[in-house]
Design a protein around this ligand. Structure first.
Ligand SMILES: *Cc1c(COP(=O)(O)O)cnc(C)c1O
Length: 382
């Protein structure tokens, strides 16, 4: 069994993907071009925003967004303590100070009360200027924007949605990558919508910011002359091949993959419900997840390594996202942000376990995962 079976996806989609790749090869046009424009339009339409700017990866997407708003030295950027490194790395790389905020125990997403406390603390200290919030749609579930947005507005903060794991998720009819003043995603192969290498995108309704992002992604080029460099930028483009692959995959994603992965998650929840002490992922009313991960919390005191070894020996791969709070990453150790007090994140880091999930997982495999997990937990007697 694969944790995320991209081989099965390719088997299903290979006729279209191979044809799209062949078209790019015979056009001999490998950077930008029509396939990229076509993809950007399809992504913007899907997310329901005016502009999509593709770029090299999801990390660059965050960095470009921060650069477009001039976030940098002296600025405090509020980031969940429980996320992938990029969410905190990008503001730090921009010269700003990430301030880590605790998450909710049931959704794994930013806790708005912890956010408000952190903003008040930064204001009271008076050293940094509260500037932006990076809200992450962790494991595919949109963050609670109905509570986060008013806090940002009240304090005049930029809201950046890190939708690297959230593409396809939604709240009501509103889709992920449309909740931020600016939003970003990643097309890393294992993400909900993945390409065959690195890729990313930025989403915004703001015409001016969109233009700035396009410029920054290509060496700060002037709008119509790429050899007239009007600002410092970077080199971050989506390959034409990746755009062609994504266009093929986006169709399958919309037509059935997103529904299929939701069925898998629902089935896991049915199969695992009632297992003593095991906490299953929660999707609140009105929310829809794209299930980048299916993450459970093992009963308190469980030897997680032993569970992983047992499952592994039965041929079931599991992963731990994330083992370490952001503020305890070596890169942030000794910085002011390292002092963050995030008890929920700390507990989650010790308890979470991610099960294999993807749209092509079969009923027999889900049953096997659930059976083995229950079996090992019962045998452990914690
Ligand atoms: C994967 C990920 C990123 C970075 O995306 P890359 O394309 O790998 O650079 C950023 N934020 C989160 C939450 C992610 O999961």
């Amino acid at each position: 069994m694969e944790f995320r079976d991209l081989g099965r996806q390719y088997n299903r989609l290979h006729t279209t993907i191979d044809r799209k790749i062949a078209e790019v090869l015979s056009s001999a046009h490998f950077i930008s071009g029509e396939a990229v424009t076509e993809l950007e339009q399809a992504l913007a339409a899907y997310a329901g925003v005016r502009h999509c700017i593709s770029c090299g990866n999801g990390t660059d997407a965050i960095s470009i967004a921060l650069m477009a708003y001039g976030v940098g030295s002296g600025d405090a950027v509020f980031v969940p303590d429980f996320t992938f490194f990029s969410s905190g790395e990008c503001p730090a790389a921009a010269g700003a100070t990430p301030v880590f905020v605790d998450v909710e125990r049931d959704t794994y997403n930013m806790d708005v009360r912890s956010l408000e406390k952190a903003i008040e603390r930064v204001k009271a200290e008076g050293k940094l200027k509260p500037r932006a919030v990076i809200a992450v749609d962790l494991f595919g579930l949109p963050a609670d924007y109905d509570s986060i947005r008013p806090v940002c507005d009240r304090h005049g903060l930029l809201l950046l949605e890190d939708g690297a794991q959230g593409f396809g998720g939604r709240i009501g009819e509103r889709k992920c990558c449309s909740f931020g003043d600016i939003s970003t995603t990643s097309f890393f192969p294992a993400k909900p919508l993945g390409c065959y290498g690195d890729g990313g995108a930025i989403f915004t309704d703001d015409d001016e910011i969109a233009g700035l992002c396009r410029s920054i992604a290509v060496h700060g080029k002037n709008e119509d002359d790429k050899y007239d460099n009007v600002r410092i930028g970077m080199n971050s483009r989506l390959d034409t091949l990746q755009a062609a692959i994504l266009t093929a995959k986006l169709e399958a994603f919309q037509e059935y993959e997103l529904e299929a992965v939701n069925r898998v998650a629902g089935r896991y929840t049915e199969l695992l419900d009632g297992t003593g002490g095991l906490v299953l992922p929660v999707v609140a009313d009105g929310f829809y997840s794209s299930w980048a991960q299916y993450t459970v919390q093992l009963p308190v005191g469980t030897d997680r390594d032993a569970v992983q070894r047992y499952m592994g020996a039965k041929g079931i791969p599991t992963m731990v996202y994330y083992r370490r709070p952001m503020h305890r990453q070596g890169a942030f150790a000794g910085t002011k942000s390292a002092a963050a007090d995030c008890p929920v994140t700390k507990e989650l880091c010790g308890r979470v376990l991610c099960l294999p999930i993807h749209p092509y997982l079969e009923e027999g495999e889900m049953e096997e995962v659930a059976r083995r997990l229950k079996e090992v937990l019962e045998g452990m007697d914690v």
